[in-house]
Write a protein that binds this ligand. Structure first.
Ligand SMILES: [Fe+2]
Ligand SMILES: [Fe+2]
Length: 289
C-alpha cells in the first residue's frame, strides 16, 4: 500500500461550521473538537517519523514515508482552514489548538525519540480506528453538509491508506523484544486516557461557547447515543483497541483496503461541489505553524 499525496481542497461553507452534521450542533461540535487536534498532532506525527527516516533502508518504506508526510501535510493545511472557520464563528479553536501545541512541544522536549514514535503509532491506530468506523457505516456522515462530509471522508480514506507507515517504521527501527512491546502498549494506555479527556474538554468548550447550540445537556445524550449506541463508532472500536495489545499486531490485519476505491470518485465529487458553489478548488496559502 503506497500512500499518495493529493492536493485536495473541499469547499466548507463557513455559515455551517457549527451545524453541519445531520444530527445537529452537538454531534457537529464533537467532530469539530477532533479537528482541533490535527494541526499540532499531525506535525508531531510527521516529526517523530522524520526522526527515524535516515535509519530506514527499505526503499519501499522510504517512499511510503514520503507519501505519509505529504498526506499529513495536506490534512494539516485543510484542518487549519477548517479550524479558522471556528475562530471566525467565535468558537475558541485557536486557544484549544494552542493547548495541544504546548502539550506536544513538551513531549518533544522531555521524551526520548522512541517514546515520541510510540505515541505516534498509538495515535495513528486511533485515527485508523476512527477512520475505519466512519467509512464502514454511511450513517456517520450521511445526510450532512456535503463539503464537511467530503473533508472527513477524504481524511478518513487517506488515514486508512497510510495506517501502517509509522508502524512499519517502528518495527524497522526499534529493537524487537519485551521493552518494545511494553513501550507500545503502555503508550496506548496513557494516550487513551489523555486523548479522550482532552476531546471531552474541547467538546464541552465548543458547545458552551456556541450560542446557537440550545438544550446543551440533552445534546450530550444525543452524542453519547451517536458514539456508543447507533451507529456507535466508539463501541465498535473496542475489539480493535484490544487487538493492538496482541504481540504480533499489524494495522493491516484489519484489511479494509477495499474502501480505498472510493478515493478517486470522491476527489471528483469534491471538485464538482466546489465548482457548483463558485468556490476555488485550490487552497489559499496558509501559514504553517
Ligand atoms: Fe491525517
Ligand atoms: Fe495519519
Amino acid at each position: 500500500m503506497m500512500p499518495i499525496r493529493r492536493d485536495v481542497h473541499p469547499h466548507l461553507p463557513p455559515e455551517r461550521i457549527g451545524d453541519w452534521h445531520r444530527l445537529g450542533p452537538h454531534v457537529t461540535h464533537f467532530v469539530n473538537a477532533l479537528s482541533i487536534f490535527f494541526p499540532a498532532g499531525e506535525r508531531f506525527f510527521m516529526d517523530s517519523v522524520r526522526n527515524y527516516r535516515d535509519q530506514v533502508d527499505d526503499p519501499e518504506l522510504k517512499r511510503a514515508i514520503a507519501g505519509f508526510i505529504g498526506q499529513e501535510a495536506m490534512h494539516t493545511r485543510e484542518h487549519m482552514l477548517y479550524n479558522k472557520l471556528m475562530d471566525d464563528a467565535g468558537l475558541p479553536a485557536s486557544r484549544l489548538d494552542g493547548m495541544v501545541w504546548k502539550l506536544l512541544d513538551l513531549l518533544r522536549k522531555i521524551l526520548p525519540k522512541s517514546w515520541q514514535l510510540a505515541h505516534t503509532i498509538a495515535l495513528e491506530h486511533y485515527t485508523a480506528m476512527l477512520a475505519g468506523g466512519l467509512l464502514a457505516d454511511e450513517r456517520h456522515l450521511g445526510g450532512s453538509e456535503p463539503g464537511y462530509r467530503q473533508v472527513w471522508t477524504w481524511h478518513a480514506l487517506e488515514e486508512t491508506e497510510h495506517k501502517a507507515v509509522a508502524y512499519d517504521v517502528w518495527n524497522a527501527v526499534i529493537k524487537p523484544g519485551p521493552y518494545r512491546y511494553f513501550l507500545r502498549t503502555f503508550t496506548m494506555l496513557t494516550t487513551t486516557v489523555t486523548f479522550w479527556a482532552m476531546v471531552f474538554v474541547f467538546h464541552v468548550r465548543l458547545v458552551m461557547a456556541d450560542k446557537q447550540c440550545k438544550h446543551k445537556l440533552l445534546g450530550f445524550g444525543r452524542v453519547m447515543h451517536f458514539l456508543w449506541g447507533s451507529p456507535g463508532v466508539l463501541r465498535k472500536m473496542i475489539p480493535e483497541w484490544f487487538d493492538y495489545f496482541r504481540p504480533g499486531f499489524h494495522p493491516w490485519d484489519d484489511d479494509n483496503r477495499a474502501q480505498l476505491a472510493r478515493i478517486d470518485p470522491l476527489i471528483a465529487e469534491i471538485e464538482a461541489n466546489a465548482i457548483r458553489h463558485g468556490a476555488s478548488t485550490r487552497a489559499p496559502s496558509v501559514r504553517a505553524a
